[in-house]
Design a protein around this ligand. Structure first.
Ligand code: SF4
Length: 309
């Protein structure tokens, strides 16, 4: 079928936090003569990780795998104080690529814990970001994934409950959980500005705009990328069918027969190189025309850490 169209959601792909982490890792590679280690995936995307692995970064899941005295990179998702202390004890040199929006949530948890609050962290158990944030005050933080969890959450003091969220949630779903908590704890404390970052919000809004135009939306990104998975959910909730595309071959599993226009977005850790490969594959299938739909214009950058400037 010819004359088919791709409707691209803008913004899509790399956010400021991911660009920041990728830039830090690249500069660190140039400036550090000795072997460089990274704790966890620098961002949740295999192509990005493999690219850095091929350039010499060794990725580890545990700090004990990093020889004492070496340099270790902390990922965009951040780490807990326990990890920082362990790094100091092993005399590791730390390069911190934590996204400043994640650091904001860490600081909120520290503030609420200092004030004696029981803190609900809405997020996905086991996700690197959630593990790092919860680790700021493990005795105060309870991770709640959904409304059902929120209904059975038992604080130490019902008058003293605060809520923070993972940065990459669906605003609608996080809002529903917060509503349950507000009903149960009318004095619920929450940060003045949402913890769900601008990049997550903008990408979700753009997907909603595209869902109003097409029935199927390709969401490019890794299965373990939280914001990518949320984009699939947002597409579905907006009435389209969201298809997670982690590898080029995934496109072949999608029924494209009879589709004249297909939507496309990409998670915040998905590189443009992958987006371009997918567009080329779609063009081969007759999706040659491109239309772009924009929810917001982004212009956020973060400076390099002092040691790398
Ligand atoms: S999605 Fe948001 S919080 Fe996560 S790295 Fe990007 S800008 Fe930072």
């Amino acid at each position: 079928m010819k004359n088919r169209k791709v409707v691209i959601a803008n913004p899509h792909g790399f956010c400021a936090g991911v660009r920041h982490a990728v830039e830090i890792a690249g500069v660190a590679l140039q400036r550090t003569a000795e072997p460089l280690y990274a704790l966890n995936e620098i961002v949740h995307n295999r192509e990005v990780v493999e690219s850095f692995r091929s350039r010499g970064i060794t990725f580890v899941r545990d700090l004990s795998e990093v020889p004492s005295g070496r340099t270790v990179l902390f990922s965009a998702h951040g780490v807990s104080p326990t990890i920082r202390a362990a790094a100091a004890e092993r005399q590791l040199k730390v390069i911190d690529a934590t996204c400043p929006f994640v650091t904001k949530v860490h600081k909120e948890v520290i503030r609420y814990a200092t004030q004696g609050y029981s803190i609900v962290l809405i997020g996905h158990k086991g996700h690197d970001e959630v593990v790092g944030i919860a680790g700021e005050a493990p005795d105060h933080v309870t991770v709640v994934e959904n409304c059902a969890d929120a209904r059975v959450f038992t604080p130490r003091n019902r008058q003293h409950v605060a809520v923070v969220t993972q940065t990459t949630l669906s605003a609608a779903e996080a809002g529903a959980v917060i509503e349950v908590l507000r009903q149960r704890f009318p004095g619920l404390e929450a940060p003045q500005t949402s913890d769900i970052c601008y990049a997550t919000t903008n990408r979700q809004e753009a997907v909603r705009l595209v869902a109003a135009r097409v029935g199927d939306i390709l969401v490019l990104g890794a299965a373990n990328s939280s914001n990518t998975r949320r984009l699939v959910e947002v597409a579905n909730a907006a009435g389209a069918r969201g298809h997670l595309v982690s590898e080029l071959g995934d496109i072949e599993q999608i029924e494209l027969e009879g589709i004249e226009a297909i939507g496309l977005t990409a998670g915040a850790s998905t590189p443009q190189t992958f987006v371009k490969r997918v567009l080329l594959r779609l063009a081969e299938k007759g999706f040659e025309e491109i239309e772009e739909v924009e929810s917001a214009h982004e212009n956020i950058t973060f400076p390099l850490p002092a040691g790398l400037r």
